[in-house]
Structure formats: C-alpha cells, structure tokens
Write a protein that binds this ligand. Sequence first.
Ligand code: ADP
Ligand code: MG
Length: 677
Amino acid sequence: KDTIMDGENVDQESSIEELNKSIAKSAFDKLQDDRKTLPVYPYRDELLQAINDHQVLVIVGETGSGKTTQIPQYLHEAGYTKRGKIGCTQPRRVAAMSVAARVSQEMGVKLGHEVGYSIRFEDCTSETTVLKYMTDGMLLREFLGEPDLASYSVVMVDEAHERTLSTDILFGLDIARFRPDLKLLISSATLDAEKFSDYFDSAPIFKIPGRRFPVEIHYTKAPEADYLDAAIVTALQIHVTQPPGDGDILVFLTGQEEIETAEEILKQRTRGLGTKIAELIICPIYANLPTELQAKIFEPTPEGARKVVLATNIAETSLTIDGIKYVIDPGFCKMKSYNPRTGMESLLVTPVSKASANQRAGRSGRTGPGKCFRLYTAHNYQHDLEDNTVPEIQRTNLANVVLTLKSLGIHDLLNFDFMDPPPAEALLKALELLYALGALNKLGELTKVGRRMAEFPLDPMLSKMIVASDKYKCSDEIISIAAMLSIGNSIFYRPKDKQVHADNARLNFHMGNVGDHIALLKVYSSWKETNFSTQWCYENYIQVRSMKRARDIRDQLEGLLERVEIEVTSNVNDLETIKKAITSGFFPHSARLQKNGSYRTVKHPQTVHIHPSSGLAQVLPRWVVYHELVLTTKEYMRQATELKPEWLVEIAPHYYQLKDVEDPTSKKMPRGEGRTS
Ligand code: ADP
Ligand code: MG
C-alpha cells in the first residue's frame, strides 16, 4: 500500500513540476512574443548594421519603444559580448534595477548572472555578467579603476536627454577616442538628438519611429491652490466616471512624502465609495521604494479593477508602465538648485519645463488615445514654463565631479569639453572647497588626502570626515556615522497612532544632548549589540530595512578603509574626538546661534534653523556643525551636532580666523563671570 501511495505522490509531484515548467515555458514564450511587438523590433537588423558601421551612434525613440531593454539584448545576440561587456547607463537607481530585472526575465536567466546591475553600494553582477545596467555615476567611478573601460565592448549612455551631471561628464571624457574598438551609443527619448550628434563630431542619428496616439490635453481654468488635493480629486473623478477596463491612471508627484500622503488619502476616500465602484489599486514608485514593492507597478491590472500609479518623474521617461490612459500632471518636480555664491545646495519643488510636461502627457498615448490633465492653466503653460530643463551641471555643487576629474588626471577644468559648461563661479567654488578640505594643494593638484578621498563614493565632505578619522583614531565610529547619514531620513518611523511612543524611543538615543550624528551612531551600535535584531528595531521604531542597508554600506566603507590603508580603530568613549573628526569634514557647514533662536552660517552668512526632527531642536547650542540644508518652509539644517568654536580654528586655520569665531558678547562680559582659565 505504501509503495502505491509513494508512487502516486511521485507521479503527482512530477506532473506538478511538468506543469510548472510548461507555465514557465509559456510565460517565457509570451515574453519573446512581446519583445517582437516593440517599435524597435522591425529595425533590429538595420540598427545592428548602423552600430557595426559607426563607432558613435545617436539613437532616438519614444519612451517605451524598447531602447533600454532590447538594444543591449540585440547586441548580445549579435555576438558583441564575446569581446566584452555591454554597459548601459541609467540616470536613476530604480531604473537600473528594474530594467535589469526585466531583461534577465526576458533572457530567462537569474538576475546577477548574465544580466546584472550596479548602483552605488549595491553590486548585483558576477563574473558571468555580460549585460550590465548601471547608474551613470557608477560608470564614472569605474573610470577611476579602468580609464579605458577595457572590459567593455559597448557603452550605451541611455536617457541622455536627462542631462544628468554624470552623463554630461561621461560625454566630456570622450570615451570613444581612446578605444577605436569600443562602440558608443547615445540614446535619448527626445529631440535633443541634433545637439548630441553635433557634440560627437556629427555622429549619425538613428530614429526609431514611434507609435503615438493622440493625447487630449486638459488645463484647469484657474491655478490650483493645492495641487496634491487637486490631483487626488481628479484621479478619483476619472475612476468613478470612466469604465474600469478602460485604462490606468498615472499621477506625477514630487517625492516620497507627497506620494505617501496621496496614497493614504486615496485609500481613505476609496474606502468610502462602496462596492459598486471598481477596485482602485494604488501603486507608488519613487527612488527609495523597497525593491520588493517596485515590481508591483508592472503587474497587469486585474480585470474589473483600475491601477493608479503615483510616481516621481522617474515615470517620465525612465520607466514605461503599460496600460496608462490618463495622466495627471500637477506640473512640479523636485530639483536641485545650487547657489555658487554661498556654496549652498537645496532640493526645491520647481515647475517642470514644457519638454517635461510634454513627455508626461505622452505617457498616456502609448497604447491608445489618451488624456492628460494638467493642473495648471494653458496660460501658465505658454508663458511661465521654461522650454527645457536646465542641465544638472548648471545647477549643482561640482566638488564631487571636480575631485573625480582631478583623480582622472584632468587638470584644466575650465577648458574641459563640456556640452553646456557650468558657471565658472561654480567650478571655482568647487576648487575652493576641495582646497579647504585639503584634497587639492595651492596649485590645484590632488594631494594624498585627496587621493584617499576620491576612493570613497561619497560627497567630499563625508569622504574627508572618514579620512580625518584616521588622525582621531575613531574610524570605526565614523564609518558607522557616514553609513547612517547616507541612508537619508528613513531611519526612524513614526506611525500616526503611536507618535508619542516613537518620539520617546527616538529621544533615548539623544540622551545627554549628544547631537544627531552621535545619536545615529548610538542607533547603529545598539542594533549591532543586539546582533542586528529585527525585534529590537520594531521596539525602537526603527526601520529595519534602512538599518540593513546602513550595515551594507558600512561594510563597504570598511573595505575601502583598507584600500586607503586606514586602520579600523575605535574611540567610542571620547565623543569629543568623534565630533572633531566630523568637524574636519564639515567645518564649512558651521552655524552660530542668534538671539531669536535662529542660526547664522559662519562663512557665508545666511539665516538657517535647526530642523524640528533634530535632537538639538529644543537645546539650541551656541555653535553647531550640520550635515545638510533642506529648504521647506524655512532653510533647515538636518543632522546637527554641537561644536566648540575653537575647533574651527584648530581644524581649519586656513578657512577660519579667530575673528570669525570670536563671540562678541563674551568680550563685554565683566571679569569673573566668564570662563575660568
Ligand atoms: P525605452 O527604453 O525605449 O523607453 P524600454 O526598453 O524601457 O523602452 O521598454 C520596453 C517595454 O518593456 C515597455 O513596454 C515596458 O513596459 C516593458 N518593461 C520595461 N521594464 C519593465 C519591467 N521592469 N517590468 C515589466 N515590463 C517592463
Ligand atoms: Mg529607456
């Protein structure tokens, strides 16, 4: 009897296996069929011929035509990977990950094997990887180790129209000139093609004819006071008035916080709609969304339901979501802005350009006629929006790029072949900062400190803090702090119904008013002491996912310490020394308390405030050093630590003089009341 049972089981199992195999097989076949329906497919051979004939080729095609996912596969199929890897750069991390995942599915291989991706602090590639999707910043870093990119046969600089800082620098490095056998593809979703072609000595342009259905554009009659609310109302209106099978909705918002707010409100309001209305599936997508949740936006919408995708401008051209019929465009995005005079950088919510607005609208007309609801007036569009987005290179802090270029041996930055040059003032400011940090000498040459700093994929001030920790014998603590700072502000969480508990848990780490940097260190080391316990994170209202990422980054920083020959040393009981190491990197970010409770930055006086989330928000020390400024309702310092003014002169005598840090009030103090010395 037993044998029969066994036999039955075996049979059943093997038939399930067979079934699974055939399901997988048909899914694979379906993917292959899908590949053939993409606009680029009919041009496959022509495109391969053009790539064969020219070293540099500009490729233009509408978003969704298959440039990113297909062209590297065509090249692989045509044998290019026998000579070296194919690298494809993306301006955004999420795009690099998501596209690599898709291509690995299409090729029927495991992600990280033949197809992989590489983004900062996360390398999902292996010896066998031949198609490598990566952020443009990572390719730039690869130059440092491999200046002729010898392991590549093709480099595809994708999404070139985005004109990110790293893409622009990659262009200027003129990769193709030193490697006649390397193919360079520049691909773009928009019409800037001529400009790219001109820049690359009249490289030919290959146009992939797109399919685009008509898109009806609707404007609001009057400007919207609250675009977020208007966007939600519009989405719900579409959902309840249009039949569900008819298409999904894509809403462009500016960032994670806004998207989370919109998600919450939409959930609340749809709950009240009752069962007669079709289900509305809400899919957020933004840079820091955990990988597991990113895939959700690509899942086909179930019959009878509708999807609403809440996206940052990542969905403008980087990712194509099928099935979108309605686009809601409030007309804003978050953009970096940089003031070269003060050297201050902020993320600002800014109106989009006409080019962006048109890309956004285009997302609705990919598979059929679409509709785009612009939450601004036609007059706004005509008269207030810029034609094109200003390239990042003209609105950012260049210190990082200058350090990279100097490490590559490029000294004459003013004559570097920029496609659109940055303001000379911004270049000088970057040189000045790097000099102040000790990365460059008076002649503008890279110093030993600078060489060490360039090894770290971090902003120069963070790198300097790490390099300086050698002197203060606290590299162990400093790399934990650097890793925690690199996570951004997603470490603590604060559920709406448990805010008091969350705030208390958080204050624990601030005991003794140690400042935000040391509090971050305490979070990390406490977690480490629990042997990286998830339970501990729950109990302390800390995001375990962020902590794991911090641990990962920290491990990598530790590896880099070894590379620059800095020993891992711990000095945990001497907080003052740790603060001095922080100050060694961040001394340009110092601020002094004013009578009214605001602060004044020391070097380029500007009024700033301690961020309400800081542990020092109630303490208001006389002097602080801060990590970064964020502009919301006010200019806020995020992550601040108390500082003794004499440190500034001690650590950066070339930057601060005694008069900068002298306290005018203390001079007037009568004898005896001052500090005893
Ligand atoms: P392009 O680069 O020209 O904008 P893509 O190669 O990114 O075009 O996209 C081609 C097709 O592949 C689109 O229909 C898109 O929906 C699909 N696609 C891309 N990435 C994914 C993904 N991660 N999951 C599912 N489908 C995807
Ligand atoms: Mg693409």
